[in-house]
Design a protein around this ligand. Structure first.
Ligand SMILES: C[S@@+](CC[C@H](N)C(=O)[O-])C[C@H]1O[C@@H](n2cnc3c(N)ncnc32)[C@H](O)[C@@H]1O
Length: 225
């Protein structure tokens, strides 16, 4: 089903949301065969396959990379490597993605699939708590994609924003958290709601919460006036 935020409720009140979502999927570029294989293997082998971003988000991130002319990308939360590989396919040959995770098992699947891709050499995995990796990483970055432990979202944001070049962007996953941000009842839901409020109060960026999959916070770092 398409997230409600993508739809104007007045225009789509009587429309079958599943049929409309299928229509939207049918009018997007097809998934690369290797990414499809990786998604299938993740569903078969990974412990929490629902954590994977997938085709819609992969296409969006790749489009952003192309539009920004990005060369230096940071990803927080690798898992089985879908979003890293989707982004790498949009990077130029001298581009690099540093991607952070702490899970050696899921990232073994990632490494296997990156090795099969001509774009895999652009990805550098750092297996360590992401805040450590970010603090040792020099800017400027063109794009940051945050998709890891929700309770650290504000800390990741604060560590990353100063390293993103003016006009560069941050994308943060799960910003709608299946709708639980409206009435947060658990720690992760409260963390995401607090994160969205934090970004909304941050004058360094222009931002919008997009209804792609589970919600993407898209923020562009302002240029000096
Ligand atoms: C939602 S998944 C990432 C999904 C991935 N972007 C994709 O497209 O499939 C979140 C990942 O964050 C990782 N993670 C959790 N805490 C972390 C930390 N402190 N530092 C780095 N990674 C962490 C988890 O191990 C998990 O693999």
């Amino acid at each position: 089903m398409l997230p409600a935020t993508m739809l104007d409720p007045r225009s789509f009140a009587d429309v079958d949301a599943d049929a409309l979502a299928a229509y939207a999927r049918a009018h997007a570029s097809p998934e690369d065969p290797l990414l499809r294989e990786l998604a299938e293997e993740t569903r078969r082998r990974a412990k929490s396959p629902q954590m994977m971003t997938g085709h819609a988000e992969g296409l969006f991130l790749r489009a952003l990379i192309r539009m920004l002319g990005a060369r230096r990308v940071l990803e927080v939360g690798t898992f089985t490597g879908y979003s890293a590989l989707a982004m790498a396919t949009g990077l130029p040959d001298d581009g690099e993605i540093v991607t952070c995770d702490v899970d050696p098992e899921a990232t073994t699947i990632a490494r296997t699939y990156w090795a099969k891709s001509p774009h895999g050499g652009k990805i550098r995995l750092v297996l360590a708590p992401a805040l450590e990796t970010i603090s040792g990483l020099a800017g400027p970055l063109d794009l940051v994609f945050i998709d890891a432990d929700k309770r650290n979202y504000v800390a990741y944001w604060e560590a990353c924003v100063p390293k993103v070049r003016p006009g560069g962007a941050l994308v943060v996953d799960n910003a709608l958290w299946s709708g639980r941000v409206l009435d947060p009842q658990d720690d992760d839901s409260r963390a995401i709601a607090a994160f969205n409020a934090h970004v909304t109060g941050d004058a360094r960026v222009e931002h919008q919460l997009l209804g792609i999959r589970d919600g993407l916070m898209l923020a562009v770092v302002r240029r000096a006036a």
